[in-house]
Design a protein around this ligand. Structure first.
Ligand SMILES: *[C@@H]1O[C@H](CO)[C@@H](O)[C@H](O)[C@H]1NC(C)=O
Ligand SMILES: *[C@@H]1O[C@H](CO)[C@@H](O)[C@H](O)[C@H]1NC(C)=O
Ligand SMILES: *[C@@H]1O[C@H](CO)[C@@H](O)[C@H](O)[C@H]1NC(C)=O
Ligand SMILES: *[C@@H]1O[C@H](CO)[C@@H](O)[C@H](O)[C@H]1NC(C)=O
Ligand SMILES: *[C@@H]1O[C@H](CO)[C@@H](O)[C@H](O)[C@H]1NC(C)=O
Length: 641
């Protein structure tokens, strides 16, 4: 009999390792800004005519903006039939859309020369560049490179009033897609904090097919805002898909975050819907093969900024004997195909015999396995809990365990590698080149909250990380955060109170919630507290110990002046990382400080849960990235109030 797990593992293998077989249109990545580049290896000039038909019905998305916010203005901009557009979005023909509302665009896509396109026509306005037109006005539905190819006007000669052709990016299904029941392709405009899986599930599309349609793979799933992602669809998209809350994620038995349907009216409602999309961060399939360790680290970082209490009481039993370990190892190799069991020799050669050159810090080494970096951690003790947990979870923001090995009483765990190392290297000890801007910090906070939310809500039983701190958050090459170090993670429920109370108080000083320190109570609210501390560090650029010094008695005291009616702004300026001065939106920063304040509440039941935190951060992030606040910054700079 063939084990179904085996089959799914094999198909996973085929899909993730042979993207070229299924790839239909190479994803554009970050090529949209390189207007002078002649590189046409991505789909930067358009999607290649490789479909069954040379002309077909296709769909685009567009987000309403102040100058293009009605059925008629959007139809005119994109040169499409307004009554069809109104029908598809289930709105009357005179409808006005809220800013940022997603609008579906029906188009007839056809092949011109070698690329599929829909022609729109556009009259140049004063100051327009090809990049402005493609990226800002058309939001990424076209590219500056394609505009230059289609219009024989050199970039410097664009004159106001001149009419140009704007090729909009669309495509028709290939033979392979047709065979799989795909009838339409939707050119979806990506926004920040979205993932292929969340977008695909919104439109009821298959994530693997979506990755394949764009030449992406599970090991390289990164997508960027202001680019189009092709979504293979069986049926035309509907207005409910763009307005409805996110459907429940596949790996979970818990209900999805409740998002009220938009009731029309304020633009806030729409932001909430965007949050609904973002709520589907369940990246069962999305794992970047990236992550941690730098070339050669100074050994003093070993002690790290945070002192742990681990020496007081060892959380990990050291009694696991070799025989048990061998049994466990065998059970791993028999059941979990996603986890590779390495021989010790393989790891030795990967790390030049565990040479100091490869030491990242502590007992973590950088290894080279099949040409890719991996982080290899040596652990003396029982690792079965961590392995069992990490083997079950699969989330972009939780470090991925890819393999294990066991030798002479020591376990070796092989993780994905985060090339930018721990967050702590970036928020303190910073040098000039290690400064992080506001949006990067916000993205990291959002990533960490997404990872914790997954751990709390979508693992069964729910788990608590218990040792969140700035050294346990690792940054990949795109500065996306991955939570690591699950050595202390516990089930939040367990058998009858087994984990609800503990006398073994372990964790990192400064991050541990009062109820845990005093009574050993374990709940997901521990992570919420630690997250509040972490977010405070991220915004202030100060280590937790320094923050305690400034706060004198309790950490929340430090926030009271910022939240006060009088001089709140001035106090915020004093608390905020000096390198951010004048470069952050004050209103959103205030919301963040309020959020931190609520996370640090003494009574755990007064703290928000991680889902609330994640939703708030998504909203803040959406507003921050919409750029609406850019104006308020310059106002503040020129006329401080
Ligand atoms: C279509 O799929 C077959 C196998 O199912 C593969 O051999 C072929 O290369 C694919 N064609 C394209 C264009 O992806
Ligand atoms: C890319 O450009 C080269 C030369 O300019 C051309 O021969 C080739 O067909 C182009 N490839 C694609 C996919 O457009
Ligand atoms: C737009 O579409 C509608 C319905 O499909 C059709 O009746 C109408 O003639 C079209 N208008 C134009 C200008 O093509
Ligand atoms: C779009 O415009 C290009 C030239 O600007 C032309 O070659 C092509 O035929 C047009 N396509 C359609 C479908 O009108
Ligand atoms: C594209 O447009 C958006 C919003 O208008 C802007 O934030 C972004 O910086 C632009 N990208 C480029 C490469 O200009």
């Amino acid at each position: 009999m063939i084990n179904p797990q085996f089959i799914s593992a094999i198909s996973f293998f085929l899909i993730s390792y042979s993207p070229l077989i299924l790839a239909q249109q190479p994803y554009i990545r970050q090529a949209t800004a390189l207007c002078d580049s002649r590189d046409n290896s991505t789909s930067v000039l358009g999607y290649t005519c490789n479909g069954v038909r040379r002309s077909c019905q296709a769909y685009l998305t567009f987000r309403a903006q102040p100058s293009f916010n009605s059925v008629s203005t959007i139809s005119t901009l994109l040169s499409v039939n307004s009554s069809q557009l109104a029908d598809l979005n289930s709105v009357p023909e005179n409808a006005i859309f809220e800013t940022n509302r997603m609008v579906l665009i029906p188009v007839t896509c056809s092949c011109s020369d070698q690329y599929y396109q829909v022609n729109a026509s556009y009259v140049i306005r004063r100051g327009d560049t090809y990049l402005d037109i493609a990226n800002n006005t058309f939001e990424g539905l076209s590219t500056c490179q394609a505009l230059q190819v289609q219009n024989d006007i050199p970039a410097r000669d664009l004159l106001p009033g001149e009419r140009i052709t704007v090729p909009l990016r669309c495509a028709c299904p290939t033979q392979n897609q047709s065979n799989n029941g795909v009838n339409y392709l939707l050119s979806y405009l990506v926004i920040w904090t979205e993932f292929v899986s969340s977008i695909a599930s919104r439109f009821g599309a298959n994530t693997d097919e979506t990755l394949a349609a764009n030449g992406l793979s599970e090991t390289d799933p990164n997508i960027y805002p202001f680019t189009t992602l092709l979504i293979p669809l069986q049926d035309p998209p509907t207005s409910t898909q763009i307005t409805a809350p996110q459907p429940p994620p596949p790996p979970s038995s818990t209900p999805p975050p409740s998002v009220p349907p938009p009731s029309g009216g304020s633009s806030k409602t729409w932001i909430y819907v965007v949050v609904g999309v973002v709520g589907g961060l369940f990246l069962a399939s999305v794992v970047g093969a990236v992550v941690f360790c730098k070339k050669k680290k100074k050994p003093e970082t070993v002690a790290s900024s945070s002192q742990t209490f681990e020496s007081v009481t060892k959380p990990i039993g050291k009694d696991a004997d070799d025989e048990d370990s061998q049994d466990f190892l065998e059970s791993i190799s028999s059941m979990a195909l996603s986890l590779k069991v390495y021989t010790f020799e393989e790891l030795k050669s990967a790390t030049e015999n565990f040479s100091p050159n490869c030491l990242i810090k502590g007992s973590v080494y950088r290894g080279t396995i099949n040409g890719d970096y991996a982080a290899i951690k040596k652990i003396n003790g029982d690792v079965s809990k961590e392995i069992n947990l990490l083997n079950k979870i699969n989330h972009f923001n939780l470090i991925r365990l890819s393999g294990v090995s066991f030798k002479e009483g020591n376990w070796y765990l092989v993780y994905e590698y985060a090339s930018n190392g721990p967050l702590s290297d970036w928020i303190y000890h910073k040098s000039e080149e290690k400064l992080m801007d506001w949006n990067k910090r916000l993205q990291i906070a959002l990533d960490v909250s997404a990872g914790l939310n997954y751990l709390h809500r979508y693992t069964t039983p729910p788990h608590v990380h218990k040792d969140l701190n700035s050294s346990n958050v690792l940054l990949d090459r795109d500065f996306r955060a991955k939570i690591a170090n699950f050595g202390l993670a516990r089930s939040a429920e367990g058998e009858e109170g087994q984990f609800a109370l503990t006398r073994h108080i372990v964790g990192t000083k400064g991050y541990m919630a009062p109820e845990y320190l005093e009574n050993g109570i374990i709940s997901p609210k521990l992570d919420v507290y630690a997250f509040g501390v972490l977010l405070l560090e991220i915004l202030t650029g100060k280590e937790v110990s320094m923050l305690y010094e400034e706060a004198h008695t309790q950490l929340p005291d430090i926030l009271a002046p910022v939240l006060s009616e009088n001089d709140g702004q001035e106090n915020m300026r004093k608390l905020m990382d000096p390198s951010l001065q004048g470069k952050y939106p004050q209103d959103l920063a205030l919301v963040l400080f309020r959020l931190i304040y609520s996370c640090l509440k003494k009574d755990p039941s007064d703290r928000p849960n991680m889902d609330d935190v994640f939703q708030s951060l998504s909203r803040i992030s959406t507003s921050s990235l919409s750029g609406e606040w850019a104006i308020s910054i310059s106002e503040n700079q020129t006329a401080p109030r």
